[in-house]
Design a protein around this ligand. Sequence first.
Ligand code: HEC
Length: 121
Amino acid sequence: MKPQLQAISTLALVLFCSSISYADLPPSTPARIEAGKALYQKNCLACHGEKGDGSGPAGKMMKPKPRDFRHATFVNGDKPENIFKTIADGVPGTAMAPFKALSEEERASITYYVLFLKNGK
Ligand code: HEC
């Protein structure tokens, strides 16, 4: 293959692969869950509690209460891509605010930590 042609086909392949979407959500890995734990403790624990049971000190007075990840139904759904979106958009009309300052990588990590709290694994 001519070098130019090879360069063009490599470029086409790169463009093609980067257009494949997994809802912008990278996969769950032990490293992401670990990173998500630290981010959760900083951003979410005050309301949702250390174990994700909704018992955080700031959450006590809230109506509606912060979600107990272990038992409650998630109104926006509990698939990884749903939680990933909830963290970005919040739940309108509740204390669950949108976390716009978190990067997608950070939201992905927190998503997997929330699921870890929810499912115990
Ligand atoms: C200021 C308190 C507060 C903080 C901080 C907070 N939440 Fe929430 N969160 C809530 C409340 C209140 C609800 C319940 C909303 C409702 O009843 O619909 C909620 C609901 C949720 C839900 C369930 C949404 C659904 O679909 O039902 C998820 C998931 C969630 N929070 C994740 C997080 C994550 C992750 C963080 C940290 C990045 C976070 N929250 C930080 C108060 C908070």
